[in-house]
Design a protein around this ligand. Structure first.
Ligand code: 3EB
Length: 378
């Protein structure tokens, strides 16, 4: 018995503690080389931060921040036990990545222009499902398809086969392209890429979000993957996105409502982009306050569900939030609602982004740690 206990304690102590922080680019630029040893990746908001000589993946969501003026960045690290990360930022195709034994961070940006020449090899893949798509739609389809294929190729290569969370930012997400909304085209290409890479398209699919960035931005995608499978969480108040009816697009969006990392200490709950949707319908059209309250009801339902299926206990207090606001003039109303449900010390980043349904005014994602267990014997 003693042996078992020691083995388990050792395993837990050596588990990499994934950690998320929002730090200013000035703060990052002033860190010594040693500080970067356990950094998996950096995500700027409006644009990638300029960090000279830094050898980790650095990307940006291209979504302008609405409140902070100190160039915040999203910083992913593994902390705690002595961790060994892969050297610097590796590259395979257009994917930049860095990893520990357990976890991998990666990013890819793709320009849609010029994609025709580069991705002719996906012609066969697209044939049938997307036949007849015009040049504009075709470029988005191919860019998305090839980005996901490259991501899955990296995960096969390093053995971090389980995509746990993926952030998708595409320019002009609600614009029509050759008679179809760009978000719906993205959904088609994403689903095809999953299928063609042998990935499940229901159930064990990653937590995700998909937001709009300004015209002229590249498609920007970043992700976390793990060697061990996470536990996927669905929201009892919502239809699973991968089962949305066809009126929301020919191919359903492929994502889970949330997931929990099993092996990792530290940050381990990933709540997908969450909005004012009950069942599969948008509710409270035109009422940003009510949409924000409904979104928080959905996040609370996901916390209940995570606590029902898992061993550890999560609450709003352990989470960090990113709030995507369609109309900057709604910011005050959204902040007012959140002030009633979250502690003043809660980290919240507000970003301007178009949400993937035209009638959604706000979308909220959350990431964080379980509550400290009281009286737990180590
Ligand atoms: C929704 O619930 C709102 O397409 O990856 C949320 C999270 C949404 C992820 C995605 C879309 C995505 O359908 C939109």
């Amino acid at each position: 018995m003693t042996t078992t206990r020691i083995t388990r304690a050792t395993a837990e102590a050596s588990a990499a503690a994934l950690r998320l922080d929002y730090l200013s680019s000035d703060h990052l630029a002033s860190q010594p080389a040693s500080w970067w040893q356990n950094v998996l990746g950096i995500v700027g908001f409006e644009k990638p931060p300029s960090l000279d000589g830094v050898r980790v993946p650095v990307t940006a969501s291209m979504t302008p921040p609405l409140r902070s003026n100190d160039q915040l960045c999203e910083v992913w690290r593994v902390a705690g036990a002595p961790v060994r990360l892969s050297n610097g930022a590796a590259r395979q195709g257009r994917v930049h990545y860095r990893y520990s034994e357990e976890l991998l961070f990666g990013s890819i940006t793709v320009e849609e222009r010029g994609v025709e020449e580069r991705a002719l090899d996906v012609e066969g893949v697209m044939h049938g499902d997307t036949d007849g798509a015009g040049v504009d739609a075709g470029a988005l389809l191919r860019a998305t398809e090839s980005a996901y294929q490259e991501i899955f190729a990296v995960l096969r290569q390093t053995g971090h086969r389980h995509l746990i969370r993926i952030w998708n930012y595409l320019p002009e997400i609600n614009r029509q392209a050759d008679g179809d909304e760009r978000y719906r085209l993205f959904n088609s290409a994403r689903q095809l890429a999953f299928r063609n890479s042998g990935q499940a398209t229901v159930g064990t699919v990653p937590a995700a979000c998909a937001l709009g960035s300004p015209a002229g931005s590249p498609i920007s995608i970043y992700f976390l993957a793990a060697r061990e499978p996470p536990t996927m969480i669905e929201n009892p108040r919502q239809t699973s996105a991968y089962h949305y009816p066809p009126k929301f697009g020919r191919h359903s969006p492929i994502f889970s409502r949330a997931c929990v990392l099993n092996a990792s200490a530290g940050t381990s709950l990933f709540v997908s982009g969450t909005a004012s949707i009950v069942g599969h319908e948008t509710i409270h059209q035109g009422d940003v306050g009510a949409q924000t309250r409904e979104t928080m009801a959905n996040i609370n339902a996901l916390l209940d569900e995570a606590n029902r299926v898992g061993q550890r206990r999560f609450s709003l207090d352990g989470l960090k939030f990113k709030v995507y606001v369609r109309r900057p003039s709604d910011l005050g109303a959204i902040e007012g609602v959140l002030a009633r449900s979250l502690r003043p010390s809660t980290p919240i980043v507000y970003l301007q982004a178009d949400v993937c349904r035209e009638d959604l005014l706000v979308e909220i994602e959350a990431t964080g740690e379980p509550d400290r267990q009281v009286g737990r014997i180590m």
